[in-house]
Each structure stands twice: as C-alpha cells, then as structure tokens.
Design a protein around this ligand. Structure first.
Ligand code: DC
Length: 228
C-alpha cells in the first residue's frame, strides 16, 4: 500500500473513459478524498499559456514548473490546489489547454515533480486518484488498481455531450479525432505512457452505467478491508 496504513485507489484509463465520474463517486462512497491528477498537468499548462511559455520548449516549461508554488487543500471531498496562490478553476478545461497539455505531460522532469505532489496528497488521508500512470508509477504498490476503457466512439459521444454544455458547436467526429490524437500522444510518450498496470482490474464501460462501475470498485476495496 502507499504510505503505512493510507489507502490509495488508482483509476487509470484513456480520455473520456469515465474515470472522473467513477473516481469521484467511488471516493464519496468510500469516504476517501478524490484526486484528479490530470488537473495538475492542465494547471501547469494553463500557467505556461498565461505566461507566454512555449509548451514545445521543455527547458522553458521546466523552468516555469520549478518556480511555481503549488498549495493543496481539501474542498468538498476533493483535493484541489492553487498555483502561486491562484486557482485556475474551469480554465484548465479550455480548448487551448486541452490541445497543449500532452506536450507538458510528456516532459519527464515535469512528471517527476507532479508524481511527488500526487504522492504527498495522502497526507490528507485515503485517496481515490484518477489518471494515466497512477497504478504504474504513482502508487505501484497499491492493491487497488483499476483500468477503465470504452470504445473510442462511445468515449467521443460522452465527451461531446459534456462539451455541448459549454463549447457549443463541435461535432462528435471532431471530438473523436481530438481524443484519438491525445490518446496516441499519451500512449506513445517515452515517460510513463498510458498502460495497464500489473494487477489492475480492467473494466470496459462501453455498455455500463457509471454507478455499475462504482459498485465494482467500492466492493473490491470494502471486501479487502473487511478481510484484514
Ligand atoms: O485526464 P485529463 O484529460 O484531464 O488529462 C490531461 C492530460 O494530462 C492528458 O493529456 C493526459 C495527461 N495526464 C498524464 O499524463 N498523467 C496523468 N496521471 C494524468 C493526466
């Protein structure tokens, strides 16, 4: 397990595989803190864009990351953070951040720094953390690893539905192309590519409701805890 008696539940998978909903609901059900690891990569990407730092220039990104102070706090069951005292809020979901976050997430020095921050979130207590490398890199020793997947078309349909509420006129085909571009980058990068962790339970959620997936996650964690 991660840190003495602290429990970390790792939920990995590609974009729009349902990780966020499942991780958030599982955390609530278990009384653990929810951590969205992608929000750290997005937050630092937002900061780069705001300061005019070219995300394709690793040295400049590393310099920004090294001088940016992250402070973590708990809000409504989730672990959140500020960057140099500022909360980027919903701006981390904007299209410019979306299109560049894979560049930032591919830089090994940035990943090392973020992995350290993610491990330290357990000082607040037990966590359910979603991402791409939680079971492989951040908490490789946790017995609670899940890999969520769904058909690309279903993932695009779900993401399109989410985006329709904020970003209007994009098509499912555009969303599918963007998801596949990002999946390709995330799965082929040299450092901590998206892959199924050893021992992870793989769940294909294409034809499942989020609540059904949550039930599987919660039952596995509760089952293991009650057996100890
Ligand atoms: O999960 P998300 O879409 O918010 O992730 C944003 C980006 O960050 C995505 O390109 C993958 C990357 N990421 C990562 O490399 N490792 C993580 N643990 C979480 C996200």
């Amino acid at each position: 397990m991660s840190n003495n008696s602290i429990i970390a539940v790792a939920i990995d998978g590609p974009s729009a595989s349902g990780k966020s909903t499942v991780a958030r609901l599982s955390a609530r059900e278990l009384g653990f803190h929810y951590v969205d690891s992608g929000s750290l990569y997005r937050g630092l990407t937002w900061k780069c864009l705001r300061e005019g730092v070219d995300t394709e220039d690793p040295a400049a990104v590393i310099e920004l990351v090294n001088r940016t102070k992250l402070d973590f706090f708990v809000e409504e069951g989730a672990i959140r953070f500020t960057l140099d005292g500022e909360d980027p809020g919903a701006q981390i979901r904007s299209m410019p951040v979306q299109e560049r976050v894979s560049d930032v997430a591919a830089i090994p020095e940035v990943r090392a720094r973020i992995v350290q921050h993610l491990r330290e979130t357990t000082r607040f207590g037990n966590v359910v953390m979603e991402g791409r490398d939680i079971g492989t890199v951040v908490f490789p020793d946790t017995p609670f690893k899940f890999y969520l997947d769904a058909d690309p078309e279903e993932r695009a349909r779900r993401r399109h539905q989410e985006l329709a509420q904020t970003a209007g006129d994009t098509t499912v085909d555009n969303v599918l192309a963007s998801l596949q571009r990002r999946d390709r980058k995330d799965s082929t990068r040299k450092t901590a590519p998206l892959q199924i962790a050893l021992g992870a339970k793989v769940i294909d959620s294409t034809a499942m409701q989020a609540e059904d997936v949550v039930r599987i996650v919660v039952a596995q964690v509760r089952g293991a805890l009650s057996a100890t």
